[in-house]
Design a protein around this ligand. Structure first.
Ligand code: HEC
Length: 303
């Protein structure tokens, strides 16, 4: 019988034998490594460089809070001959309001426009304008926006501000069309610019969300309060205990349809129209007239 040591020496001295002994281990290693590689393929091949796409939500500004108002009449001759102050103002307004989509030079390359389809208009583009490049067409675009695209309307903006913006936009349009007096007159007639324009009130989206949420939370706490009172009343008032099966549901439907408070008839209508869904036992319909009015006044006291 060969000793272990001589077997080992035999393997060392014969490289071919070494390979044949190591081969099964190598095979297992390759297979295991292959499995690991395939399992981790998504993270190995993942693009580690973040794409450059600005968050357009943070670029678009909220609309301002404004009362409905009539703006002062506009001197329509400024439409054709903008003053330097007007151009300055227009440029500023364009930068804060429009360039997020249209880019500072009006090339349609603003960061908020990258994900839009259709893309924001490149003002140096010759064809493909939907309303057009004349003053009246530009005014219409700002009044109504372009339906079915990301181009919003700016009817909350005063006529003066819009005309200032338009004057600046026209400096970004190569070969901007020459003004035709009839076009200006038509614009004035359509939008009554020289008489002053009536503007609707606006409220910032964020503020309106807050108001809605606040109104909702007031209602929610009212419902919770009524539900607690009902469940307390159930233990001392047999009628309420029979009539109401689910305190939370009953409280919600009582608070949300508060017309039932008015009189017993209205209460009866309320119970019938939501029977089985309003937290009341369907058997309430068989209560006597007196019981009905007792139940009504007990619940009314809770509100
Ligand atoms: C949220 C992005 C966005 C903002 C902000 C925006 N626009 Fe646009 N605008 C667009 C898109 C998108 C179009 C292309 C509409 C289409 O082709 O249907 C467009 C088109 C236009 C056009 C071309 C209309 C035509 O006749 O085809 C004008 C002019 C224009 N915008 C001016 C403005 C001005 C001025 C402002 C700022 C007061 C502004 N836009 C703000 C997205 C925007």
């Amino acid at each position: 019988m060969e000793s272990k040591e001589s077997k080992f020496r035999q393997i060392i001295n014969n490289p071919l034998l070494l390979i044949s002994v190591a081969y099964p281990y190598l095979l297992v290693f390759i297979i295991l490594f292959g499995f690991l590689y395939i399992n981790n393929l998504p993270s190995i091949t993942q693009n580690k460089i973040p794409p450059i796409l600005n968050d357009s939500m943070s670029v678009i500004k909220d609309i301002p809070l404004q009362e409905p108002r009539i703006t002062s009449a506009v001197d329509i001759t400024t439409l054709t001959k903008p003053t330097p102050e007007m151009l300055d103002k227009g440029k500023q307004l364009f930068t804060t309001t429009c360039s997020s989509c249209h880019g500072n030079e009006g090339k349609g390359d603003g960061p908020a426009g990258t994900a839009l389809n259709p893309k924001p208009r490149n003002f140096s583009q010759v064809d493909g304008w939907k309303n057009g490049k004349t003053v009246s067409a530009l005014y219409k675009t700002l009044q109504e926006g372009i339906a079915g695209s990301g181009m919003p309307g700016y009817d909350y903006m005063s006529a003066e501000d819009r005309i200032a913006i338009i004057s600046h936009v026209r400096t970004l349009i190569p070969e901007s069309p020459v003004d035709i007096p009839a076009d200006i007159t038509k614009l004035d007639e359509t939008y009554k610019l020289s008489q002053g324009t009536e503007l609707p009130g606006t409220i910032p989206v964020q503020a309106s969300q807050k108001i809605l949420l606040a109104a909702n939370s007031v209602k929610k706490s009212k419902i919770e309060d009524v539900a607690k009172k009902i469940s307390a009343l159930k233990s001392e008032n047999g009628l309420v205990s029979i009539a109401i099966s689910d305190c939370g549901k009953a409280a919600a439907s009582l608070v949300n349809n508060n017309y039932w408070v008015n009189d017993v008839m209205a209460f009866q209508t309320f119970l019938n129209s939501y029977l089985g869904k309003n937290g009341f036992n369907p058997s309430v319909v068989s209560l006597s007239k007196e019981e009905f009015s007792q139940l009504h006044s007990s619940l009314k006291n809770l509100m």
